[in-house]
Write a protein that binds this ligand. Structure first.
Ligand SMILES: Nc1ncnc2c1ncn2[C@@H]1O[C@H](COP(=O)(O)OP(=O)(O)OP(=O)(O)O)[C@@H](O)[C@H]1O
Length: 774
């Protein structure tokens, strides 16, 4: 180490020590204040009612009391908010204390004399007098210099325009527990050394933030403000999910006055993924956004009436039933139902329904039809046809509610009611008694108390019995949605308006499935869409920004539904058409590959550099897919992927020794990836008695470090130190190429494949020198 470097390091360490002391001071001050606020909160809670003037004597007093309660509650919630805010700041200070910053740039603004030293960390920190920044938040405008430029001429955007100047120095730090572990001055990109250090580490059970090493092209995604729709096509391991999460943090900072974490929503591929990404934002001092899988959303909308297939079961069908006589028909059906052509067919259908053909259900009470579906039908079509279907449906609902109220009155005097009254609970009698008392009964003024009480009780009985009907009507469940969706196919088959070979079979397959109250995954989105067009649905306004990760798994139809639901939200879609495993299996379109970029506010960013896997693994995996030569690996080396041909009955023993080999090499997250759920279960059953191992299933919500057995399609989005493919010979059809590519790209450091009959034909084009045949 040269003298100047040594003194630089000493100087930087001194600065870290100084900043660390400042952090301590700030923390102490905050803790004192927080103590004050928290005791305020406790005191306020304790004395809440003492400080409220309660007086209910006169109407005016009641109003005054309500105002007083409101005032006290507001005071309490304001104090609670302050407390939460202070608590958050203390947690951020603790993080800064451990690692105050990761970068420094020296910037000389044009026409200025002094060079600004800008230190970047996960949050800003001011000096004691709140005058100068000791640390700049990585999301501040000036911080973008660090990500976008090498030393030399540089500029950054601000609200008042572009600031130009020269970057004199760019330095990176690895600081742990206030101690500089490493320091590099870097040139063009954010140093290779730092990335080598980060990427060479073992996989975590949870994703980590990448703020210290965000790459220029990733920064474009993170800080994009122009587009209403941002589409990212990024190769496997290019940092799409990472960029998405840092983007959430960026938006929360940039628009902190208007966007809170609950205004951002991430659609994720499976429940496991939710927990995998859940630590990134807290690590950055932010709260997690809303998260859901698209399936959870659909389930919510379809209610409990149906047994809805999820995408994983659909995938299982596709992987297991190649020989099934209905297989080809189903695949063609899936493909068609994913398309916008099918959406347009539904639009035409709904157009026709505006003048005739809606289906309603009878309203039945105690086994008797009290309002027939014909009556509802006639009422609906008697309404002015210039109103939309949902508007007319609301009118029908109001009419039906009025009708039901009339029926309640008529029913009260029927003999069954008298019988039921006897079975009422004691509490009901008590309530009736109290009600009468309130009405000045049971006094010398009243003479018909018994009769009155019977009346109240009868009304109670009838209302109770009618309650489910009222609730059905309120939810518009007098509509026969199952019938309406089926009718689309019954009519569709008659009209043969779709030019598909086996359209008639597709129609009858769909109708049969629905008849059993089952909805296939490919029908779930169109069903919800049809339901929305008929019942009407208010679009959501709370969500301001939507993120869709693994967007290649969304069909154009599904994306159209999401856009309809969130018309006011900005969207970021992240995906990779090479990993479109669902559409790959059926040849359907995906929103990532087929979205036509329309309008100025749609932007597409392509990422071709990949960071996850060693160069050897990337060289191998990129030769599995078309256009793979464009994928640029990061220069990190390891062993070549390996393949071993074995007998199937030897596999379990071999896998065990391979796991041990990986463990001895120091790898900690090892996945045995099987093709299907059933295969995973079988392998797990054998391994679990010999080695600690977790089985991942579609409903698993958290996974820990260690050895996992996981079905192929659930491994997407996640990464492991070592991947062992159970039997790679099974990936043999072109339709499974994307699935094969996806599972291989999960490996960070080691990839080993077993093959039983023969090496997968999908590897035919892979040059032999890219893998080791053991
Ligand atoms: N700039 C970066 N600095 C450090 N690590 C990075 C960077 N970009 C990506 N990585 C790492 O590369 C790995 C892959 O990132 P990520 O999972 O975000 O990629 P992806 O594009 O979503 O992958 P896939 O599509 O294969 O699921 C992660 O370990 C991530 O931490």
């Amino acid at each position: 180490m040269s003298d100047t470097v040594k003194s630089d390091l000493q100087m930087e360490q001194e600065r870290v020590n100084f900043v660390s002391m400042e952090i301590d001071k700030k923390k102490l001050k905050l803790q004192k204040n927080t103590g004050g606020v928290s005791s305020d909160v406790l005191e306020l809670r304790k004395t809440f009612w003492e400080d409220v003037t309660v007086n209910m004597d006169e109407p005016d007093d009641v109003i005054e009391t309500a105002a007083s309660i409101k005032q006290q509650a507001e005071l309490l919630s304001e104090r609670e908010r302050t407390f939460k805010q202070m608590d958050k700041q203390i947690r951020i200070l603790e993080r800064l204390k451990y690692s105050p910053y990761f970068g420094r740039i020296d910037f000389l603004e044009t026409d200025e004399k002094n060079v600004d030293q800008v230190y970047l960390g996960i949050a800003s920190l001011m000096d004691e007098h709140d005058e100068n920044f000791l640390i700049y938040d990585w999301r501040a405008p000036i911080s973008s210099l660090y990500y976008d430029f090498a030393p030399g001429p540089a500029s950054y955007p601000t609200m008042d325009g572009e600031i130009e100047g020269e970057m004199k120095l760019k330095r990176q730090f690895i600081i742990r527990a206030s101690d500089i572990k490493a320091m590099f001055d870097t040139g063009v990109t954010i140093g290779d050394e730092m990335l080598q250090e980060v990427l060479g580490n073992n996989a975590n059970a949870q994703m980590k933030s990448i703020v210290a090493t965000i790459q220029r092209e990733q920064n474009l995604i993170i800080r994009n403000e122009r587009s209403k729709l941002l589409i990212v096509q990024g190769v496997a391991g290019s940092g799409k999910t990472s960029a998405a999460l840092q983007r959430v943090a960026y938006l929360l900072y940039r628009y902190r006055e208007t966007i809170k974490s609950e205004n951002i929503m991430l659609f994720s591929p499976n429940p496991l993924f939710n927990s995998y990404v859940s630590t990134v934002l807290p690590e950055l001092g932010e709260e997690n956004m809303e998260q859901a899988t698209f399936m959870e959303y659909l389930n919510n909308r379809l209610g409990s009436e149906f047994d809805v297939e999820d995408p994983f079961d659909q995938m299982e069908f596709l992987l297991n039933n190649g020989e099934h006589p209905d297989y080809d028909t189903r695949v063609r059906g899936i493909r068609y139902k994913a398309s916008l052509a099918f959406k347009e067919m539904i639009d035409r259908y709904v157009n026709q329904l505006s003048s005739k053909g809606l289906l309603f259900k009878d309203l039945v009470f105690r086994g008797e039809i009290i309002i027939s579906n014909e009556l509802i039908y006639n009422y609906f079509y008697s309404l002015d046809a210039s109103f939309t279907i949902p508007n007319r449906m609301e009118m029908v609902r109001d009419w039906l509610l009025r009708e039901l109220k009339r029926k309640v009155k008529q029913e009260r005097s029927k003999s069954w009611v008298e019988d039921e009254v006897q079975y009422l609970e004691k509490e009901d009698y008590l309530e009736a008694y109290q009600e009468l008392q309130g009405k000045d009964r049971y006094t010398e003024k009243s003479f018909d108390d018994f009769e009155q009480e019977q009346k109240i009780l009868a009304e109670k009985v009838v209302k109770q019995k009618f309650r489910p009907l009222f609730s059905r009507v309120k939810k518009l469940n007098f509509l026969d949605m199952k019938g309406l969706y089926s009718q689309l196919f019954i009519k569709g088959a008659e009209n043969q308006e779709v030019l598909l070979d086996d359209w008639i079979q597709i129609c009858s397959q769909t109708v049969d499935t629905l008849a059993n109250y089952k909805i296939s995954y490919e029908d779930a989105t169109p069903f919800v869409y049809l339901q929305d067009l008929i019942k009407g649905r208010k679009s959501s306004t709370g969500i301001r920004h939507i993120f869709i990760d693994e967007a290649q798994d969304y069909s154009p139809f599904q994306f159209a539904l999401i856009q309809r639901l969130f018309p006011y939200s900005k969207m970021t879609l992240l995906g990779d058409f090479n990993q479109a495993i669902f559409s790959g299996a059926t040849g359907s379109a995906t929103v990532i590959s087929d979205y036509e970029e329309k309008g100025e506010d749609v932007e597409k960013i392509v990422l071709t550099k990949t960071y996850r896997s060693t160069k050897e693994i990337v060289d191998f995996t990129s030769s599995l897919v078309e256009g793979g030569e464009k994928i640029e690996p990061f220069n990190r080396h390891g062993k070549k992927p390996s393949v071993l041909l074995a007998e199937r009955n030897q596999l379990n023993g071999l896998i065990l020794s391979k796991i041990n080999e990986f463990l001895n090499e120091g790898h900690r997250t090892i996945a045995v990836i099987c093709r299907t759920a059933a295969e995973s279960k079988r392998v797990y059953a054998v391994l679990k008695d010999v080695i600690p191992v977790h089985l991942i299933e579609k409903a698993t919500i958290a996974y820990e470090k260690g050895i996992l057995v996981i079905p192929s399609y659930l491994a997407k989005g996640i990464e492991f130190d070592g991947v062992i493919l159970y039997d790679s010979s099974q990936y043999k059809n072109e339709s499974e190429r994307k699935l094969f590519y996806t599972v291989c790209t999960r490996a960070m450091h080691r990839l080993h494949m077993y093959a039983t009959k023969e090496i997968s034909p999908l590897m035919n084009e892979v040059p032999g020198n890219l893998y080791e045949l053991e």
